[in-house]
Design a protein around this ligand. Structure first.
Ligand code: ADP
Ligand code: MG
Length: 458
């Protein structure tokens, strides 16, 4: 640690940098802090030179406190920090891609350098390869509509779920379908993290205007893992995201967003952004039941060209409940072992290989009574009527909707739901559910209605 003597401005800054490396993310550190120079230090004031206006604003708004605190720790006295722009010559070639950014941007056609970074959509993530089941029916139906008429009906389209339940698959499936139907549209798929990292490197290179232009001239913007927006850089990245989002949204360009939680739970500082995100269709993906897990594995085994007996598929599907990525990983592990060792895959072998995988299913805690009360008030139909034997059209519809929502949001069995909603048998419950599921596919009003009703429980 430094003594009470006044350090030279360079000594102070060089000693503060390693402390700062622990405080800010690696991209900011590389892009801005290593390039900043200490211009003057007088004992209670440090003047820092940064390469451009954007960097200055960025550092002041997002990291001013951290920089000040680290500098004070080194100097062991209070210090006022000032930043000013000291232009540096532009680099001869565009900077290399930001470190650690996942390769997740794709565009429908190549762009000049310094703009969007192309990287293809995964061809496996198509609608054809997506197994439709109760856990994803709503999201799938909405995704199909988005793909059919981008920018027209469901904008923005927001998909959320826990990890490994198919968000990226569905978002990219929309991308494939749009490109197949509308090859003239400019489409970009990007993870929020890659978006922010790219933005920071453009700020560093003084190409932020081009960055903005290229994003804002898109027709379809697919954004994955938006929860990172809040985590990476605070308000500045949110703001940049918000402006891109608003520009596209206001000109009826399609925006699709995937997230690990519903919009209202996103740790965003920008309330306008959050409410904008809530304004479109919000769909969730839930943990698939055992039959669906078997179906997914079956499809996967087929694509991989490995025929597996139903017994083995059921064993694997029973073992891993709550994450399809892990489920598929287990299957691949078994296949890889068998092919490496040139042995036949048997149930015993499968047990040996994935015997220690543990399973856990997240519990939903929404009560049927809450659903009934909410739907009664939203559809203006007394709760007593919904659970009665009355069959007038309005009441029957409210009941069907309530049953649909109950099945979507709770783990209750068909029989349990039937019993609650007026002692109905499981086939009536299934009929009601299917009727609403069908209406969602064909009637936009119903899709919006269910979207809003479900949204209340998030
Ligand atoms: P997330 O983005 O929600 O973390 P992914 O989209 O990466 O999840 O899905 C994880 C894996 O599970 C992928 O290989 C994906 O193809 C597969 N998967 C998820 N849902 C389905 C489904 N309904 N049908 C087929 N495969 C699925
Ligand atoms: Mg994903």
């Amino acid at each position: 640690m430094a003594s009470q003597e006044i350090l030279s401005c360079d000594q102070l800054w060089q000693a503060a940098l390693p402390l700062l490396a622990n405080e800010v993310n690696a991209v900011t550190y590389d892009a801005f802090l290593t390039g900043a120079v200490a211009l003057e230090y007088s004992g209670d004031r440090l003047r820092l030179g940064v390469p451009n206006e954007f960097a200055k604003e960025w550092l002041e708004r997002n990291h001013g406190e951290a920089i000040g605190a680290c500098v004070e720790r080194v100097a062991q006295r209070p210090i006022t920090l000032e930043m000013e722009v000291v232009p540096v010559p532009a680099p001869a070639a565009p900077a290399p891609p930001a470190p650690a950014a996942p390769a997740t941007a794709t565009v429908s056609r190549p762009k000049p350098r310094g703009e969007l970074r192309p990287s293809p959509l995964n061809p496996k993530y198509s609608f054809d390869n997506f197994v439709i089941a109760d856990c994803n029916r709503f999201a799938h139906a909405a995704a199909l509509q988005v793909a059919r008429s981008p920018g027209q009906a469901y904008n923005p389209f927001f998909i959320h779920s826990a990890s490994g339940l198919g968000k990226t698959h569905l978002v990219q499936a929309i991308g494939h379908a749009i490109l197949a139907e509308h090859p003239d549209l400019q489409l970009v798929y990007v993870s929020a993290e890659a978006f922010v990292n790219h933005m920071i490197s453009c700020i560093r290179d003084n190409t932020i205007d081009r960055f903005r232009e290229s994003y804002r001239s898109m027709d379809v913007w697919l954004v994955d893992d938006i929860q990172f927006i809040a985590g990476i850089e605070g308000p500045a990245s949110e703001e940049e995201f918000f402006h891109t989002f608003s520009t596209l949204y206001e000109t009826n360009k399609q925006v699709v967003i995937a997230s690990d939680c519903p919009p209202r739970h996103l740790q965003l500082m920008n309330d306008r952004l959050r409410s904008r995100l809530e304004m479109g269709i919000v769909a969730d993906l839930r943990v698939p039941d055992i039959e669906t897990r078997v179906a997914i594995l079956e499809k996967k085994a087929l694509t991989e060209g490995v025929p597996l007996s139903r017994d083995i598929l059921e064993y694997v599907a029973g073992k891993i409940e709550s994450n399809i990525r892990v489920l598929e990983g287990a299957l691949l592990k078994i296949c890889a072992y068998a092919s490496l060792n040139e042995v036949e895959i048997t149930r015993g072998l499968a047990e040996e290989i994935i015997g220690d995988y543990s399973s856990s299913t997240p519990q939903r805690r929404i009560r049927l009574q809450e659903i009934l009360d909410h739907i009664a008030s939203e559809l203006n139909c007394p709760a007593d009527d919904i659970v009665s034997k009355k069959r007038s059209q309005d009441i029957a519809w409210a009941r069907q909707v309530a049953i649909y929502v109950a099945r979507e949001l709770t783990d209750n069995s068909l029989a349990g739901i039937g019993k609650f909603f007026g002692g109905r048998d499981h086939s009536t419950v299934l009929h009601s559910y299917n009727k609403v599921a069908d209406a969602i596919e064909h009637d936009e009003q119903v899709l919006w209605l269910i979207n809003d009703l479900k949204g209340a429980f998030e």
